[in-house]
Ligand binder design. Structure first.
Ligand code: DOR
Ligand code: ZN
Length: 453
């Protein structure tokens, strides 16, 4: 049905799958069922294994999860198509099990007006391999001084609901309060890159022993925690929803725990890399480990894992940040921060959260699919997405793969993954979005309908 990894049509031009049974698939890693997809929806969940006369795919050994949603993706188009395009970034997403990505606004030009968010939506409609929701900037040109036309972006054909200056922090507290109110008024929210620049001038690595030994300017935890505390208070005071991007410190977790205990409308994300990697890796000098916020200490990693398991941190988001080799392979202090995330996110979260016993597959599905779609406003209904009648939007996951990541074989144009050479046992086998095949590892082998006796 498809060439492995290539020659795929964009999602909008993929036909609906014919009525198809996924035989022996295990929803959320639980009991095997025969899952019937018909007319774009989940038409039956038949534990008895007696499907009607339709195509069938042998899915024994595969887990089915609701296809994932990423609230934090940098697709780079327009302006940095040497790093990524909407087509390549969304193919990486589909390969990683994602149905929907939120495309961050720090493009060139910045997505800070209706025409520009509509441009992203239009290119996505023509070229994307998964669904794309454009994020609008909070301030004009990410300049931090003048609020962008939030209402007009929300009313545009792109129906923008998430607003973020990600890459930069909205530093001015009065402007942030205004932004939270205006986003709330259109049924949206602000996603804050929480980091006070005056508290982290020229920061290059986590403020700790490694940075001190290497003589790198430190990136203190308080620069993140102070902004999170301030913004939680603003969100609580006005009952305006706030989402906190890429939480990276133990102290941030404590602040968010406190804000949630007050019932304030605060949600938070953690990246896969902050769940696995520590600042010890900075010693290698390999700029693939340079990221914003920085890799932190082992104690921070432990706190982030526990917070995700507990639900204090709501979701995993990738912060997929492609950069071309020409800029990434510079000396540490000149290299831009960021790493690829979409194709390795699920394997990393499975390794750090499921294999460690911290989370079940069902909880992982909540953190990577169900909650992010609810926060982003793209959820269909409020219930279990793997129920009869729901759109067939799911990914099939192999948990006994032996996958060694090869950066050269990723769908992204950029190669800045820290996981090249890393072996994972979890790998996405196929992603189906609304009954359309977005991607599959192998040409899908279906057996033909059996004639009725
Ligand atoms: O590491 C990062 N890279 N963090 C960000 O906040 C922005 C991103 C980028 O755009 O490269
Ligand atoms: Zn950011």
């Amino acid at each position: 049905m498809t060439e492995p990894g290539g020659n795929l049509r964009p999602l909008s031009r993929q036909p609906l799958l014919p009525p198809t049974v996924l035989r022996g698939v295990r929803p959320y890693g639980e009991e095997p069922v025969d899952l019937l997809i018909d007319n774009g929806r989940i038409a039956a969940l038949d534990p008895a294994g007696q499907g009607p006369a339709v195509h069938s795919i042998d899915c024994h050994g595969l887990i089915a999860l609701p296809a994932l949603t990423d609230l934090h993706t940098h697709l780079r188009q327009p302006g940095a198509e040497d790093a990524e395009t909407i087509a390549t970034g969304t193919l990486a997403a589909a390969k990683g099990g994602y149905a929907t990505v939120f495309a961050m606004a720090n493009t060139q030009p910045v997505a800070d007006d209706p025409r520009r968010v509509e441009y992203v939506a239009e290119v996505a409609e023509r070229t994307a391999h998964c669904q794309v929701r454009p994020v609008g900037a909070v301030t004009v040109g990410l300049g931090g001084t003048t609020l962008a036309p939030i209402e007009a972006m929300a009313a545009s054909a792109a129906r923008t609901r998430m607003f973020s200056d990600d890459g930069r922090c909205v530093e001015d507290p009065a402007l942030m309060r205004q932004a939270l109110r205006r986003a709330a008024d259109v049924g949206g929210f602000i996603a804050q890159h929480a980091q006070s620049s005056p508290l982290s001038p020229n920061a290059q690595a986590n403020d700790g022993a490694v940075a001190r030994e290497l003589g790198l300017p430190g990136w203190p935890a308080v620069a993140e925690e102070a902004i999170i505390a301030r913004d939680c208070v603003l969100a609580g005071a006005d009952d305006t929803p706030l989402h906190i991007c890429h939480v990276s410190t133990r102290g941030s977790v404590e602040v968010i725990r406190w804000a949630k205990s007050r019932g304030w409308p605060v949600t938070a994300e953690v990246t896969p890399h902050h769940l696995l990697l520590t600042d010890e890796l900075v010693r290698t000098g390999d700029t693939r480990y340079k990221v914003n916020p920085p890799l932190r200490s082992a104690q921070d990693v432990t706190a982030l894992r526990e917070a995700l398991a507990e639900g204090i941190i709501d979701v995993v988001a990738t912060d997929h940040a492609p950069h071309p080799a020409a800029t990434k392979n510079r000396p540490w202090c000149e290299a831009p921060p960021g790493m690829l995330g979409l194709e390795t996110a699920l394997p990393v979260v499975a390794e750090t959260m499921v294999r460690t016993g911290l989370m079940s597959w069902r909880r992982l599905a909540e953190a990577m699919a169900i909650r992010p779609a609810a926060i982003g406003g793209t959820a269909v209904g409020g219930g279990d997405p793997l129920q009869v009648g729901m759109p067939a939007t799911l990914c099939l996951v192999s948990t006994d793969a032996d996958w060694t990541v090869d950066a050269a074989r990723l769908a992204s144009l950029a190669r800045n993954t820290p996981f090249s050479g890393h072996r994972f046992s979890t790998r996405v086998a196929a992603t189906i979005i609304g009954g359309r095949l977005a991607w599959s590892a192998d040409p899908v082998r279906t057996t033909q309908p059996t004639p009725d006796p």
